[in-house]
Write a protein that binds this ligand. Structure first.
Ligand SMILES: [Zn+2]
Length: 185
């Protein structure tokens, strides 16, 4: 995974650094103590290991929280050109490109189901793991909210970790109703 994604988790982990277990791998220790470069690729195991430890400190919501923090930072920063105001579907349509910027494995396919709903299917990811599935839910939720989607819900209906052949996320929001005809008069 790219350093852009890892750096969010490392930032969350640094506030807990004093409690880091001595069993952390050398790679995770190096990320925690050193500099995470946005443009460098890192092993996904580092993300999984740091989140597993953070979960023991901050609870199971930490994975989604990391995804939310990633989307909020990157969609107002390095990836802000993908953000479409008042149009969650248009922002999420960029997921195939955004996935390839974060990950060097797997691919994301976006399908528009109906106004106010898209499906995102992730296939052929080399290292499926719960930390990343949960993080992705948080990322998608924050991306849709930042794009102005009201009442956003994200469900991972299929998951490799539940023996499906893909992870499939449905992002739904309350579509903006067209103005009633009488309003124009
Ligand atoms: Zn999954």
């Amino acid at each position: 995974m790219k350093g852009t994604l890892l750096s969010v988790v490392v930032d969350l982990a640094r506030s807990e650094a004093a409690t880091a277990p001595s069993t952390l791998s050398a790679e995770s220790r190096k990320a925690l103590d050193g500099v995470v470069l946005a443009s460098v690729w890192y092993p996904l195991d580092v993300l999984g290991e740091l989140l597993a430890w953070l979960e023991t400190r901050k609870g199971p919501g930490i994975h989604r929280h990391a995804g939310t923090a990633s989307a909020e930072r990157d969609l107002s920063g390095v990836y802000r050109s993908f953000l479409r105001a008042a149009d969650p579907a248009a922002t999420l349509a960029a997921l195939p490109v955004i996935w390839s910027l974060y990950h060097d494995s797997g691919s994301a396919l976006v399908e528009r189901l109906a106004p106010g709903s898209v499906d995102i299917t992730v296939r052929a990811f080399a290292q499926p793991q719960r930390a990343l599935c949960e993080l992705t839910v948080g990322w998608l939720q924050a991306a849709a909210v930042r794009s102005g989607g009201p009442d956003v819900r994200v469900v991972e209906g299929h998951c490799r970790l539940r023996h499906d052949d893909r992870c499939r996320y449905t992002v739904a929001w309350a579509p903006t109703a067209p103005p009633a005809p009488g309003w124009a008069r």
